[in-house]
Design a protein. Structure first.
Length: 704
């Protein structure tokens, strides 16, 4: 049988053919035979490294940032986020920790079927760049003294080390313990993730301390820079220090310190390494370097939305200022599906072709209790992160109702950060071609990682923790804080990275996952009870969700409204106050902010929106209760042409036995998990992965 991991890697990279038909788990890498001819010169090494970026891009785009694990778990499986519009699909079982670690569920779960994986699944595809970078590293390390290209060889070596570290980070995050293949002498059986972490941390320290890489520039953020090397070192060191669910047949229990609030489950322990603090020390130093030596990475201290606006630009305009590394998505390229804005972006009911925007599915949805109950009303990030309106695909805004549906037809509050309406060059030809870049590392993660590491390192540094926590906190329009705790820093990450796929893993690795799931369950139950008994519920932050809201279509560019664009900016500061309720149409179309539609009259070559200029939704009663039988409601309907629309009323509707909407929102939050058993959040290896017996499943998953 053809070597699966190595065969896929070598053929995909196009570097050399594999003639062996022996099982890859019994075969060492053939790189020693071919590498001298493939890496004969600096140009060969540079060309190979550039080609390996294409391999990395493929797996990030297809298996990490769009479909695959990111789609099914990262952006849909936390306390604040959930999947949208589907209930019967079995990937939801992965999202919710396999019904709490139910033995029969684990033993029958087939990820290859549930994720529709081809033989080149995420596991094997991540080894494509790993094995290529092994060759690059082996063939550049001895050439640093080359009189002509020594600095260039260091640059290539540094990029390869960063790429290999990035791939192993993703493998560990999704699969736990995996083969650690760093040279042709390494075996292909499972290795404790602690040892893999240590290897890649050592590699990254060599690159960073030696300053092998060039600083980040505006134009090179699609490749790895010195700032990325330090930032990914901080990220990986912090994860090496963190809580994870460990297989006790791979990692010796004597190396681990169990979390006191969780019990073992399926011969696994939820624990962290006993020597965790020294890795927080490493993370602290790495993040601090980037914070103090940012290169061309900047941080706009007054505008949170700038970053997401810049992601939507065309590649020729450069990368977002705050980015350290972005995965480029080429607009219109048939071989380069832009999956994130389709599956994760602001929903659109448009067709698959010749619409604006074309269909956007909206897999990532926001728990209503998070939207209403956890955001401070002053926080500008709420409206950028959370979309309560989508697009009808014909240039008009539409309310996204709660309920069981996809696109903007249902499933409630969605992600607003990846919105094709905000692209500088509008793409209308077909879906999955929008070309919005995917962020992988940006400065706000460095700041909040530094704050966390400052609190958790051997000698805690409260001053640094406060300083860098406040970088993002105050940018969001919130008051300066002092004496911040670890939980505050992690909650800040939730607000900063909402709907970007950060929350699930962050809660797992910090040991807060059970506490936060219990909290959102309680908030949701209280919300449902209030809606059912009174018609509304008011949260502690002053926000109120009601059974009904009141809407009407308006022209934002009319004299009465006075805006210059159909796209609205962030909510004005005067409206970001506790208990605010719009008093006129101009306020009702801007509150909440960061929505609307593209100025479709300026889209070249796209007609068909007609002459109706009422493109935006004005909303009343979104955060305050309007008595549906009272005078205010009657005036809105009878005199101001508003329509009463079901809102929270849908959340408590269990009238349809097939939909059971209340159950969907209230009772299906990590169904079956007691928040005390070690969380089984990982994916099983597939049958193809387990060939030969050197790789085998744990965690209660089926054996092959």
């Amino acid at each position: 049988m053809k070597n699966k991991i190595l065969g896929v890697a070598l053929c995909t990279a196009g570097m050399f053919a594999v003639s062996s038909c022996s099982d890859y788990l019994e075969t060492s890498s053939p790189s020693t035979v071919t590498e001298s001819s493939m890496m004969a010169s600096y140009d060969d090494c540079r060309s190979t490294m550039d080609g390996t970026y294409s391999n990395l891009h493929s797996v990030l785009r297809d298996k990490i940032f769009g479909n695959g694990m990111f789609y099914a778990g990262d952006v849909a499986g936390s306390d604040i986020e959930r999947h949208g519009g589907e209930r019967a699909v079995n990937r939801v079982i992965y999202e919710t920790f396999y019904k709490g670690g139910d033995a029969s569920t684990l033993a029958s779960y087939n990820s290859a079927a549930e994720f529709k994986e081809s033989p080149e699944d995420a596991f094997s595809m991540l080894y494509v760049p790993i094995l290529s970078t092994n060759l690059i590293i082996n063939n550049t390390e001895g050439k640093f003294d080359d009189p002509k290209n020594g600095a260039g060889f260091k640059q290539i070596y540094g990029e390869a080390v960063c790429m290999r570290a990035t791939c192993y980070r993703e493998l560990i995050k999704y699969y736990g313990d995996v083969p650690g293949i760093f040279s042709s002498q390494d075996g292909t059986g499972l290795v404790s993730r602690l040892d893999i972490y240590d290897h890649i941390i050592s590699d990254l320290q060599k690159v960073t301390e030696g300053k092998y890489l060039a600083d980040a520039t505006k134009a090179n953020k699609g490749k790895f820079s010195l700032q990325y090397a330090y930032a990914v070192l901080g990220r990986i060191a912090m994860e090496r220090a963190s809580y994870q669910t460990f297989r006790l047949d791979i990692t010796d229990a004597s190396r681990l310190k169990k979390h006191p609030d969780y019990t073992d489950n399926q011969n696994v322990s939820y624990a962290r390494a006993k020597d965790y603090q020294k890795y927080y020390d490493i993370a602290y130093d790495a993040f601090k370097y980037v914070a103090e030596n940012p290169g061309a990475v900047t941080f706009n201290s007054s505008d949170y939305s700038e970053f997401f606006t810049q992601l939507h630009q065309n590649p020729e305009t450069g990368f977002a200022n705050e980015s350290i590394f972005e995965d480029e998505q080429v607009q219109g390229a048939a071989s380069n599906n832009s999956e994130r804005p389709y599956s994760i972006g602001r929903p659109s009911n448009g067709g698959s072709k010749n619409a604006f925007p074309c269909k956007s599915y909206g897999q990532c949805r926001i728990n209503p209790a998070f939207y209403y109950g956890m955001f401070d009303p002053k926080d500008v990030r709420r409206d950028v992160s959370c979309a309560i309106t989508g697009s009808d695909g014909k240039g008009y805004e539409t309310i996204i109702p709660f309920g069981i549906a996809t696109t903007a037809k249902g499933a409630g509050i969605a992600c607003g950060k990846f919105d094709e309406n905000r692209q500088s060059k509008i793409w209308t030809a077909n879906q999955r071609r929008a070309g919005i870049n995917a962020p992988y590392m940006r400065m706000s993660e460095v700041y909040l990682g530094l704050a966390e590491a400052a609190l958790m390192k051997t000698s805690p540094d409260q001053t640094t923790a406060d300083t860098y926590y406040n970088k993002t906190h105050q940018r969001a329009g919130l008051d300066q804080a002092s004496g911040v705790t670890l939980e505050q820093v992690i909650d800040e990450r939730g607000f900063e990275f909402a709907a970007e796929g950060d929350r699930r893993w962050t809660l797992i690795r910090t040991g807060l996952i059970g506490k936060k799931i219990q909290a959102i369950r309680q908030m949701t139950s209280e919300m449902m009870a209030g809606l059912a008994s009174k018609g509304y519920h008011t949260f502690a932050n002053g926000n109120t969700i009601s059974k009904y809201i009141y809407t009407k279509m308006v022209d934002p560019k009319s004299a009465e409204i006075g805006l210059t664009s159909r796209l609205t900016p962030a909510t004005p500061a005067s409206m970001r106050v506790k208990g605010f309720e719009p008093s006129n149409d101009a306020e009702a179309v801007q509150f909440p902010g960061w929505r609307g539609q593209a100025n479709w009259e300026n889209i070249d070559g796209f007609k068909g929106y007609g002459t109706k200029t009422q493109s935006n939704v004005a909303i009343r009663g979104l955060f305050t209760y309007i008595d549906p039988e009272g005078d205010v409601a009657k005036d809105l309907i009878n005199n101001q042409n508003y329509t009463k629309v079901d809102w929270g009323a849908t959340l408590i509707d269990n009238s349809d036995e097939k939909k059971n909407i209340r159950d969907f929102y209230e009772n299906e939050l990590f169904t079956g998990w007691d928040c005390k058993s070690a969380p089984i959040y990982l994916l099983p290896f597939t049958k193809n992965d387990c060939i030969g017996g050197f790789i085998y499943n744990g965690y209660g998953f089926m054996q092959y």
